[in-house]
Design a protein around this ligand. Sequence first.
Ligand code: KG4
Ligand code: ZN
Length: 342
Amino acid sequence: MENKKDILILAIESSCDETAAAVVKNGRMVLSNVISSQIALHTLYGGVVPEIASRKHVEKINQVIEEALGQAGVELADVDAVGVTYGPGLVGALLVGVAEAKAIAYAAKKPLIGVHHIEGHVSANYIENPDLEPPFLCLIVSGGHTHLVLVKEYGVYEIIGRTHDDAAGEAYDKVARAIGLGYPGGPKIDALAKEGNPRAIAFPRAHIEGAPFDFSFSGLKSAVLNYLNSCEMKGEEVNRADVAASFQQAVVDVLTGRTVAAAKEYHMERVALAGGVASNSALRKAMEQECDRHGLKFYRPSPIFCTDNAAMIGAAAYYEFCKGIRSGLDLNAVPNLKIGER
Ligand code: KG4
Ligand code: ZN
């Protein structure tokens, strides 16, 4: 039996290539976290094929939700609200989760809460860190986003840094493709980099004039491509592990350096990591060391809560629920939803 005052959220996530559902108690306790990954399917094409993603979501979503309720040992009637990612993401993929959540909310007479996917990534930090409360600084690094945000209150964000071109995850994926590792690139570079020398090749660390907390990764990606081309022209064999390690070191240096500088500038004592790239082993280690060195408290979700999942959506939905925020049954998918927007 759940305590009467406990708030249970059934959360649904389908913005990209994972069909996911979770039951989260009081925003921080994950009762179930079911993820049906489509990675194997998209690997055949070297990236996510939107049409295939939508079709797979339709096929899996009911089963995933049933499993999430079953593993949590709760009935739909016990749930206090349904939270769902409504943007940003692939429109066809988002629509599957949104339509499903609306149908459940309507049929079971439950409040509906539309959640911003990236705010979900940030909220993943609440799950295993009962002491983490705003304000804190969060570095968001996913396939589509690279942002430094001040989390001022629950659900209140101020963006203080952003990428001018590629997202960090996108850079990982493109470089992985260039060195023949395939999709998804991030975890493969992470693994291969362990066998390489991070100081072997001097790849650039881009600074943006007048924007000390912004990022740019397209020059780094081009530098890797140029390096590979010049090796080919000279007939030299490429040490892929060195390329992976040196590229990763450039990304990690920039991300950690700018995050620590921003924490100082904005007087933040707590720093958190969010998004798929937050599961990167080198980034986690470097960020921990740098935060330690500068007297900052460092938080990061376990890898399973870094990449796309519904537990993080349940955590974000809980804080919206507590503020009385509800979505109407006219909730629609918003593929380019901006952070902090409703
Ligand atoms: O947050 P996420 O699961 O989906 C988006 O919302 O975009 O992030 C996916 C991104 C991909 O670019 C993937 O290559 C990257 O996160 N990623 C990693 C690692 N695991 C996933 N990048 C570096 N190292 C990893 N271990
Ligand atoms: Zn994501």
